[in-house]
Design a protein around this ligand. Structure first.
Ligand SMILES: *[C@@H]1O[C@H](CO)[C@@H](O)[C@H](O)[C@H]1NC(C)=O
Ligand SMILES: *[C@@H]1O[C@H](CO)[C@@H](O)[C@H](O)[C@H]1NC(C)=O
Ligand SMILES: *[C@@H]1O[C@H](CO)[C@@H](O)[C@H](O)[C@H]1NC(C)=O
Ligand SMILES: *[C@@H]1O[C@H](CO)[C@@H](O)[C@H](O)[C@H]1NC(C)=O
Length: 455
């Protein structure tokens, strides 16, 4: 079991040279947000400039001062209070709650729904959302952009997963007479929310009645009525759904597109070309709810293997509608003392929520520091593993543990360190490995002879 840890400090040069499709790259391991510039260390790129400027509205804390708590949040096992007009409550875990999410392009929410509770129509201007139902039954939907404005809906049960593409207006409605709960990941550290009714009829100052009357093709009396209803924060949302789609997805990307796969060798002759990520796009008119849907995430993976853990992935291979949307998720099961061994995701930051059990987790910063940052997580705790860094989770309890984690890529990739180094086909030569690990050939041969679980 010891070998994976041995390797942790060596392969960090693998990490994080890929560009994001959404939030900016930190250009370093991470960039814990601080509000006071006196506590910043300058990125090399920033220090060469005479003026400070914000990355995404935040300064970066000196990485040497970062602690596990900068990547940590607790209490996501606690339900939000749904005693309000819409009967739902969103508990956010983004860069405001976890400063270490700064520049990492991902966050999450817990949403509670009373019986017949509604998360009213809204958009996230900066994020795709991938939602897992933990309890209850939800009727969910989103509306495509102009000119089609097609409503795509689905009834979701426990363990079902659904995707709401970036910028599109969407909602969830609890059709059952019991409470419902979901965890959803969003492909931005700060996805933003535009609740349609509030933004349109509740803005301060208000949008002029002339504009609204024209936009909604109703008379001014109708607009005043809508504003009145919206001040009571009810109902009006559905009416607005088909109209405000022009709000959607107009953000520019500041960086090159991500390859969405390990590499993308350039060629000149299109006859030999593959599409980015090897995927064609389906005609949008033919898309159905099932293109954004996966079921069965309530079912535990089989942990009867050497490491005692099992990762159930829900990415573009399972949900083709995730293509190009920059987010995915996994369920991870851990037997007592099970380990998700040291690995990296070359294309994604991971944000993990513990549903059951107690996990000892950690990640290692890149050269030259290679600092190990660890934390013990309990039910409801949330932890972030920055993009490309080697990390692990270990179930230190004598009961099973379960986690759900969002990843900031449709296809995050996994490099299990032990497998990649000692289990590659063909093998990396002994000369290379003995030198790299400063051990003799017998040790390398022993390690190469092991069967490595492909988790
Ligand atoms: C959501 O729940 C929290 C915690 O119970 C509560 O403080 C907050 O007011 C609730 N928000 C709404 C909109 O009801
Ligand atoms: C939930 O909110 C309602 C209305 O604000 C309040 O009366 C009630 O005590 C709250 N419940 C809990 C458990 O905090
Ligand atoms: C994970 O669990 C699934 C479903 O039980 C099983 O088919 C698969 O072989 C397991 N993977 C590993 C690595 O044990
Ligand atoms: C889990 O995997 C082990 C080993 O492959 C197998 O013996 C066992 O029947 C599996 N358990 C379930 C519940 O499928």
């Amino acid at each position: 079991m010891g070998a994976p840890f041995l390797i942790v400090t060596i392969f960090l040069t693998l990490a994080s040279s890929l560009a994001f499709a959404s939030d900016p790259s930190p250009l370093q391991d991470f960039c814990v947000a601080v509000n006071d510039p006196k506590r910043t260390c300058s990125l090399s790129i920033l220090s060469s400039l005479h003026n400070f400027f914000f990355v995404n509205g935040k300064f970066c804390q000196d990485p040497k001062l970062a602690t596990a708590d900068d990547f940590f949040f607790k209490g996501l096992n606690i339900a939000g209070n749904t005693s309000n007009k819409v009967g739902s409550n969103v508990t956010q875990v983004n860069v405001a709650q976890i400063a270490g999410l700064n520049t990492l392009g991902i966050s999450l929410v817990r949403i509670d729904y009373a019986p017949y509770g509604l998360n009213p129509p809204h958009t996230h201007p900066r994020a795709t959302e991938i939602l897992t139902v933990l309890e209850g039954t939800l009727y969910v939907g989103f509306v495509t952009s102009n000119p089609d404005n097609r409503l795509i809906t689905k009834v979701l049960n426990k363990g079902d997963v659904f995707v709401f593409p970036i910028g599109l207006i969407h909602f969830q409605f609890n059709t059952g007479d019991t409470n419902a709960v979901v965890i959803a990941s969003l492909s931005s550290q700060n996805p933003g929310v535009i609740t349609i009714a509030n933004a349109v009829f509740g803005s301060k100052p208000p949008i002029s009645n002339d504009v609204l009357a024209k936009a909604f093709q109703v008379d001014k009396k109708g607009v005043i009525e809508l504003e009145r209803i919206s001040k009571k924060k009810m109902g009006a949302q559905f009416l607005v759904v088909t109209v405000f789609l022009a709000l959607a997805s107009s953000l520019a990307f500041a960086s090159d597109p991500s390859p969405l796969q390990d590499f993308c060798v350039a060629i000149d002759d299109p006859k030999d070309a593959l599409f980015v990520n090897g995927k064609f796009c389906k005609n949008p008119k033919l898309a159905t709810a099932d293109d954004f849907f996966f079921k069965g995430l309530n079912v535990a993976g089989n942990t009867s293997n050497k490491v005692g853990s099992n990762v159930t992935a829900v990415n573009v291979a399972q949900i083709p509608g995730l293509n190009t949307l920059g987010v995915s998720l996994v369920r991870i099961d851990y037997a007592p003392y099970g380990l998700n061994p040291p690995h990296t995701h070359p294309r994604a930051t991971e944000i993990l929520t513990v549903l059951e059990g107690t996990l000892y987790v950690g990640f290692v910063t890149s050269n030259p520091e290679n600092r190990l940052i660890t934390k013990v997580l309990n039910k409801g705790d949330v932890f972030v593993f920055p993009i490309g860094l080697i990390h692990f989770q270990f179930n230190k309890g004598h009961t099973n543990a379960v986690a759900i984690a969002g990843l900031s890529s449709q296809n995050p990739g996994v490099i299990t360190i032990a497998n990649a180094v000692f289990g590659s086909k063909p093998s990396i030569s002994d000369d290379v490995l003995t030198k790299a690990f400063q051990v003799d050939k017998n040790v390398i041969d022993y390690l190469q002879a092991q069967f490595w679980v492909n988790n």
